[in-house]
Every structure is written in structure tokens, then in C-alpha cells.
Ligand binder design. Structure first.
Ligand code: ZN
Length: 153
């Protein structure tokens, strides 16, 4: 997976501007395009071995928000990433992390992103593996996300 330092500002490519008002085949804006209406995002949870990350107890409210965001993933892909912090003798044999969300849904992590907003309305995006990182590897998301809320759908 690509590493990004927490808080890295990413801007929508001008080549993707055309997506802003794109409609799907049913004439509706897809959740992906609705999410992409944000002009910029900050990154969190794009972790890779070899790069230090903040650790600590995640505020319970933030974990709940991240789990709710995991129920509505964005940028779903067909590929999957496994956790490279979990021990395994071969990359291809690493298990795909699973997580049961607050709603009772079991998520197979590693093929989508999740998005939340901070108190200023800034969108933050993380791989859905962030849920595994928080629970199993004590990753602590940035303080700006302590009172994060779900991005509008
Ligand atoms: Zn892991």
C-alpha cells in the first residue's frame, strides 16, 4: 500500500474535475462522486512498515465513527491489501483482516477507503485497514479527528 504521512493534503486532480457532476447510468450521482465533490482531503492511516506512526488509545467516539464510516466505504477496488504489520512468512499468505462493525456487519478490510470530516468540515480519507490498525496495532489517528463525523452520503 502507498504510504502517506498523516495529514498529507491531497487535491482533486483537474483531470477529474469532470467527475464532479457525473451521473451514473440511472441518472443518479453515485456515492463515490458525491464523496469526491470535496476539493481536498487529508490522509490518515496510510501506514507501512518502516514509517513510524502515533500509538495510543483511540477515543471510543472516534472508533465508533470510523466503524460507521467503514459501513459506507468509498473507493472500493477489486484488489486487496493485507496488513503488513501482522506476522507472516509470505506476503501472499497474510490473512485479510476482518472487523465486526457497530451495526454487526462483518467487514473484510483491505479493498476500500473510508472518509470522515473533522470539526472544520475538512475531509480525511484512510484505507479501511485503519480500523484494523487502531484495534490491533494501537494506531492513534491525528488529534484533529477526535470529534470526527461521517461524511455526507
Ligand atoms: Zn495487522
Amino acid at each position: 500500500m502507498t504510504y502517506y504521512a498523516d495529514g498529507t493534503l491531497m487535491r482533486r486532480s483537474t483531470l477529474l474535475e469532470w467527475c464532479k457532476n457525473r451521473r451514473d447510468t440511472f441518472g443518479l450521482s453515485s456515492p463515490l462522486f458525491q464523496a469526491r465533490r470535496q476539493k481536498s482531503w487529508r490522509t490518515f492511516g496510510w501506514l507501512e512498515p518502516g514509517h513510524d506512526y502515533a500509538t495510543g488509545a483511540c477515543p471510543p467516539g472516534l472508533l465508533r465513527t470510523l466503524q460507521e464510516a467503514g459501513d459506507h466505504p468509498v473507493d472500493q477496488t477489486r484488489g486487496r491489501y493485507s496488513c503488513r504489520f501482522c506476522p507472516s512468512s509470505h506476503d501472499e499468505l497474510r490473512p485479510l483482516p476482518k472487523l465486526t462493525t457497530a451495526s454487526g456487519r462483518e467487514l473484510l478490510l483491505g479493498s476500500a477507503s473510508l472518509e470522515v470530516l473533522d470539526t472544520t468540515g475538512q475531509a480525511w480519507i484512510a484505507p479501511d485497514l485503519v480500523l484494523h490498525y487502531v484495534v490491533e496495532h494501537r494506531y492513534l489517528p491525528p488529534a484533529e479527528l477526535a470529534d470526527a463525523r461521517l461524511a455526507p452520503r
